[in-house]
Design a protein around this ligand. Sequence first.
Ligand code: NAD
Length: 494
Amino acid sequence: MTLSVNPIADIIAPLPKGLLIDGAFVPALSGKTFKTFNPATGEVLAEVAEGDAADIDLAVAAARRAFAGPWSRFTPFQRQHCLLRFADLVEKHFDTLALIDVLDMGAPITAMQARRQRAIGLPRFYAGMCTVIAGGTLPNSLPGEVFTYTLKEPVGVVGAITPWNAPLTSTLWKMGPVLATGCTMVLKPAEDAPLTALRLGELLLEAGVPAGVVNIVPGFGATAGDALARHRDVDKVAFTGSDLTGRKIVEASKTNLKRVTLELGGKSPDIIFADCDLEAAVAGAAMGVFANSGQICVAGTRLLVERPIYEEFVARVSAYAGALKVGNGLDPATQIGPIVNARQLERITSYMEIGLGEGVTAAAGGKRLTEGALKDGYFFEPTVLSGVTNAMRIAQEEIFGPVAAAIPFDTPEEAAALANDSPFGLGGGVWTTNLSTAHRMAKAIRAGTVWVNTYGGLDPVVPFGGYKASGYGRESGTEHLDAYLETKSVVMKL
Ligand code: NAD
């Protein structure tokens, strides 16, 4: 390990551990705290204030005051200035922010370094959006001389609820549109990895974002999360997480019919045609599922492989999986870090049993790793399952671990049918050197994003979201800002 810092003393100790409400870090009203752990070692990293419904009430009230207060008078240029300053601070402190993610959820440091451009790019992209949000003038056929125009107004107080699998980028992703549109927010970060969001909250204040515009309430889903989704003074919920929780959010949102956008899970197909560049497809498809230990919503977990190359592809992707270095994310040689917690590790292990019971073969991996330095962490081997059919539970349900299910197909039509035979529709991949096949498959796959001869890259400019049970609404791109805006029509008799 080449890291020259003491992770707990140098990175974790200086972080705020309270709830960010109205510009100050405060204890929870109940006085309760919860522990957050390093999944690579099982050690306690920090105790963080545990917010519940009462704290959510305070945070929502602060967000409401800020919405009606000075923030509402910020011009688009002023909001842009805040976002640009914030982006500069994210850039300045990127290495520390990356290390917080490494410690709190286990991401490898090299993978975090690869996210640098995205992390800094998100606030810069949204800074650019501040000054282009605009309504329009409309011709109409009402009697007399009538002038009609539309105004785009911020939707109000946004409740944002995030998962633990990419704390830095998913938090920035939620903050950007809120600040660009002039909304305010209460963020409930995931209980498994709340520390990065708290540091970002500190940086927002340093960037000049007024008190109360962004409030952060760590806590548990069933208490703080539910209270936020249910709150009658929250105008919109932007949720990222599992489809199970997504359904609960929709139910809870009925209190005041708040707007809801959902970024949920997936079981994405990655389709490998026999005419592909095999070496590129093996590496791309392998990292499309194993990156972040498979804890990525768009992980290409179903490898649909054209039959003539099925055996060879499975052998090569298995060899690739076996050669990946699994370990503590602080080690720059690590390619695959730990699973976030014991519960998630147990879930992955139980899916192995289900798969083996269904008759599949583990061509690579298949078990927990406990040797040497890995013994106290939650490590799982990158796994390739062969002999899978699409109807099996391991091909239908999201495992959220480093597990690829390899399924053969014979024709492009069959590949498309298998790809779409899923309750989800978040992502999909196609590996081929035939341009027509690429375009046909891109059109045929019912998913929010299709990658061709690459897999998993995200850019703030590119709309992202799900078909079917992968959610509704889009994040990124320009259109998605509408989800944070109301359109008001003004019809004026001259
Ligand atoms: P999760 O649904 O368990 O939790 C997500 C968040 O919701 C957490 O902050 C949690 O505390 C909160 N929550 C839990 N129960 C709640 C409730 N009843 N009311 C309100 N909030 C509640 O998901 P997770 O395990 O943290 O994350 C993994 C899931 O997230 C996977 O399904 C993954 O595919 C999905 N995900 C989707 C995207 C995307 O953009 N589509 C990105 C990352 C992760």
